[in-house]
Design a protein around this ligand. Structure first.
Ligand SMILES: [Zn+2]
Ligand SMILES: [Zn+2]
Length: 129
């Protein structure tokens, strides 16, 4: 009987640690959209869905359409400031080719809508040959 319980506990521990291992791999802080990398700060509190929406808004422009913004319409946005780096690879044909921009974004942590967008700095970087 005791042996059975210990086996159960060990199985639980293994599955819990596997859970942690797989989730840390899923939460990548860099999203690639087209030829642009959108790099989120380590301290970023946004969920993966919201990150995806913010990244697409940065690359494609703010569409203003959010599929899960209904609660914001009722309760208001929950704004947070995030620092995001974007690297556009092969932005021009001559070396250095890649264009790095650093953004200060005020975004809603619930729906991912960009409330204010400020470009802090930009430069071409030595990245791709
Ligand atoms: Zn919102
Ligand atoms: Zn590059």
């Amino acid at each position: 009987m005791m042996k059975k319980i210990w086996t159960l506990i060990i199985i639980c521990l293994i599955s819990v640690s596997m859970c942690f291992a797989s989730s840390s791999a899923v939460f990548a802080s860099t999203l690639s959209i087209g030829n642009t990398d959108v790099i989120f700060d380590d301290t970023c509190i946004l969920s993966d869905d919201v990150k995806q929406h913010v990244a697409e808004s940065l690359v494609y422009g703010n569409s203003g359409i959010s599929t899960y913004g209904l609660s914001c319409t009722i309760f208001g946005h929950n704004s947070t400031t995030e620092y995001i780096t974007t690297v556009t690879h092969y932005a021009k044909n001559t070396y250095p080719k890649c264009f790095e921009e650093i953004w200060e974004l005020e975004v809603c942590s619930k729906c991912g809508e960009t409330l204010t967008e400020t470009r802090i700095s930009y430069c071409y970087i030595n990245c791709c040959l």
